[in-house]
Design a protein around this ligand. Structure first.
Ligand code: NAD
Length: 386
């Protein structure tokens, strides 16, 4: 398939692009390269003949239209977004612009392109079929029937759960942060473009991802990098918030499965069957670090703390909670399992260990970020500094 990926230089996008290239697809990665976009996450495939990168803003309608007509995608995987809840508290404007207006622009460019495709191609042409027939000898001709637009979203649109229950695809939307509200709006737009204009849209709502190439402002890299530096590990509130964690490569596999086999107009929840309180997750990461980089072997600790540290857990520090912090998210992922045969493969224990190891092995990747756009400062606190 020719797949147009938006946000392919971000955390999930870069993992997805790696998977698509490995599976023999041709990828056009369209990314604005905001602070969260990082081309070094894609250095291993940057010269691959099936890969092309274009720096562009999804809000730029003429640019999006010309990319569609030039690249002729069989499918779109739309991941570009402002994605950090804390930043959405400090500056919601960018979230409205990219997540809502940008999604609208992209949907409309896709509609224009799709409406002008031939009804069906004889290239063997269902999306699933086109992978089997992939060959440079075949003239590429997507069809109206085979084209798909996959809108990638989050479980945060469903709001907060109590102690029991899980989000299903029919749970009413109840977003609480500017981030989740903007993603909810974009989901509604994607559905409207399907129901009103017939654009073959599919939607996925996924739980928290973890794994390689995650920008250091998100919980797991924050814990790892603060611990390694011997700095206080911030825990919002009492750390009792519960999240479901999915390994990012499992998410990428789920997205490809939905693009190839999903039913047009449907939503699929994607989750890891792996609920944890934030404090338990943070303690687990500290235990993994204790094993991989024992505190007595970490010279950074002596420099940055003046108290005796026996475990990285001694760095845990409770800070003011995030305003509007949802208590619990949990995903019922039985629909994607029963209908499309996808389920997570990564064992969470080894997944978290692999992730910690990845940050240990890839200091060049994250230190370049910490030298530039971000210094791990607290974001999204509505408290005024005294
Ligand atoms: P990310 O912040 O790491 O990456 C976002 C990417 O989008 C960056 O490369 C950025 O440069 C690009 N981008 C931002 N604005 C753009 C614009 N106007 N035009 C073009 N490109 C732009 O995000 P992520 O964590 O990889 O998330 C990707 C998608 O998956 C998002 O839509 C997010 O809502 C969704 N999602 C994320 C998670 C998670 O745990 N990270 C969970 C569920 C769903």
């Amino acid at each position: 398939m020719n797949i147009l990926v938006t946000g392919g230089a971000g955390f999930i996008g870069s993992n997805l692009v790696h998977l698509l290239i490995e599976r023999g697809h041709t990828v056009l990665n369209v990314d604005k390269l905001t602070y969260a976009g990082n081309l070094s996450s894609l250095s291993a495939i940057e010269d691959h003949p099936n890969y092309r990168f274009v720096q562009a803003d999804i809000c730029d309608a003429p640019a999006m239209r010309s990319l569609f007509s030039e690249f002729k995608p069989d499918g779109v995987m739309h991941l570009a977004a402002e994605s950090h809840v804390d930043r959405s508290i400090d500056g919601p404007g960018e979230f409205i612009q990219t997540n809502i207006t940008g999604t609208y622009v992209l949907l409309d460019a896709a509609r224009d392109y799709w409406q002008n495709l031939p009804e069906a191609s004889d290239e063997g042409a269902s999306i699933a079929g086109s992978q089997a027939n992939h060959s440079s000898a075949i003239i590429h001709q997507p069809s109206k029937k085979s084209f798909r637009f996959l809108h990638v979203s989050t479980d945060e649109v469903y709001g907060s759960l109590g102690e029991t229950g899980k989000f299903t695809e029919t749970t009413p939307y109840d977003p609480h942060s500017p981030y989740s509200a903007s993603k909810a709006s974009s989901d509604h737009l994607a559905r409207a473009w399907c129901d009103t204009f017939g654009l073959p849209v599919l939607i996925t709502n996924c739980s928290n991802n973890y794994g390689p190439y995650q920008f250091p402002e998100k919980l797991i890299p924050v814990v790892i990098l603060k611990a390694l530096a011997g700095e206080p590990i911030p825990v919002y509130g009492a750390g009792e918030n519960i999240r479901d964690w999915l390994y990012v490569e499992d998410h990428a596999e789920a997205l490809l499965t939905v693009l190839k086999k999903g039913k047009v107009g449907e939503t699929y929840n994607v989750g890891g069957n792996n609920e944890m309180t934030n404090i338990d997750l943070i303690k687990l990461l500290c235990t993994i670090l204790d094993e991989l980089v024992p505190v007595n072997s970490n010279s950074q600790l002596e420099l940055s703390t003046n108290k005796a540290i026996k475990s990285y857990q001694d760095l845990i520090t409770f800070v003011t909670d995030r305003p509007g912090h949802d208590l619990r998210y949990a995903i019922d992922a039985s629909k994607i399992k029963n209908d499309l045969g996808w389920e997570p493969k990564q064992d969470p224990k080894s997944g978290f260990k692999q992730t910690v190891q990845w940050y240990l092995d890839n200091e060049t990747w994250w230190s370049a970020i910490l030298d530039g756009s971000y210094q791990m400062e607290r974001l999204g606190s509505t408290e005024q500094p005294s």
